[in-house]
Design a binder for this molecule. Structure first.
Ligand SMILES: Cc1cc2nc3c(=O)[nH]c(=O)nc-3n(C[C@H](O)[C@H](O)[C@H](O)COP(=O)(O)OP(=O)(O)OC[C@H]3O[C@@H](n4cnc5c(N)ncnc54)[C@H](O)[C@@H]3O)c2cc1C
Length: 306
């Protein structure tokens, strides 16, 4: 079995940063990624709040981070981690049929979009229902679509989708959007976006693909149907922590509990980025978490400090 000082699970901004710091500290480092490096960032259309980097795309930012990590010698392997088993002073991380022994583990598995849970959502996934504006936006050139959600992601991606669609119905179940004021202002000023607050989607309708959505105003009870060719859903996030099988403490919502040094309740297991219980889930905070977690792993491996 291959032996490492650190196995990082997930190659989003948190995992890649942990890989950069651990590799640079000359720890034997493996980064396991279940899909492709970049995590949520590669599906982000426009990043303008990562300090020191002008407006950029997620793909460009991740290409730089991945290259930087490789330059410090951290290995990247495409394989989804399936379990972590404690073996005295070390851990065995399984990824399918592969197993890796390591002194420390950094869990940086991020989040997945929550499902809306309405009829039509599963049926039309990939045929009009999408969770990724950068992936699917271009299919909706000159068409009318709906975006569901009220946070930063929903408003930011609705604005991006105006590049393609002629009209966007922005649907939010509450009275007011949660997104930061600058995004709210831009949405208000954009003539292509029509907002439906206090409204919920009850059903997504269609035949071969999406053709319309049924909405209900939760205050008045009014029901309406809007013809749309696509529905983009940004209704919250849930942590990808199920594979841990309860090995570390989590909050009731499944996010991993850590201290300020990214340490979990299990000696040798750290968590970084969006999968962790915290206030702000952004690239800048994920990067900070990744750096801290790698340093904490270094202290454990080199000086046996925890
Ligand atoms: C649409 C959208 C727009 C956003 N816009 C911005 C923005 O403008 N500015 C900003 O700062 N932030 C933005 N964010 C938030 C930002 O993308 C996240 O905070 C950041 O990506 C979190 O990084 P992370 O590494 O913790 O997790 P993620 O980016 O989610 O990466 C986690 C990685 O772990 C992998 N993984 C999961 N489970 C396993 C497993 N079992 N084994 C191996 N690998 C696994 C995943 O495949 C993924 O690659 C946006 C997010 C979205 C969705």
């Amino acid at each position: 079995m291959e032996k490492y000082d650190v196995v990082v699970i997930g190659a989003g901004p948190a995992g890649l940063t942990a890989g950069i710091y651990a590799g640079r500290a000359r720890l034997r480092t493996l980064v396991l990624e279940g899909m492709m490096p970049g995590g949520q960032v590669v599906v982000t259309s426009h990043i303008e709040n990562y300090p020191g980097v002008g407006p950029t795309t997620g793909t460009e930012l991740i290409a730089e981070m991945s290259e930087q990590m490789a330059s410090f010698g951290a290995e990247l392997k495409t394989a989804p981690a399936t379990s972590i088993e404690s073996r005295g002073d070390s851990f065995v991380v399984s990824a399918g049929s592969d197993t890796f022994e390591t002194r420390s583990v950094i869990v940086a598995t991020g989040t997945a979009y929550k499902k809306l849970g309405v009829p039509g959502e599963e049926e039309f996934l990939g045929r009009g229902v999408s969770y990724c504006a950068t992936c699917d936006g271009p299919f909706y050139k000159d068409l009318e679509i709906a975006v569901v959600g009220g946070g930063d992601s929903a408003l930011q991606e609705a604005l991006y989708l105006t590049t393609f669609a002629t009209k966007i119905y922005l649907i939010h179940r509450r009275d007011e959007f949660r997104a930061v004021p600058i995004l709210r202002e831009r949405v208000r000023e954009n003539e292509k976006i029509e907002c439906f607050c206090s409204c919920v989607v009850e059903r997504i309708n269609g035949a071969g693909g999406v053709e319309s959505i049924d909405l209900k105003n939760v205050k008045t009870g009014e029901q309406m149907t809007h013809p749309v060719a696509g529905v983009f859903l940004f209704v919250g996030l849930e942590p990808k922590t199920e594979f841990l099988g309860g090995i570390v403490d989590t909050a009731p919502d499944g996010f991993i509990l850590t201290d300020n040094d990214m340490k979990t309740n299990v000696r040798g297991i750290l968590a970084a980025g969006d999968c962790r219980s915290k206030l702000l889930r952004q690239i800048s905070t994920a990067v900070g978490d990744g750096a801290t977690a790698a340093f904490a792993a270094q202290c454990l491996v080199e000086d046996d400090q925890w």
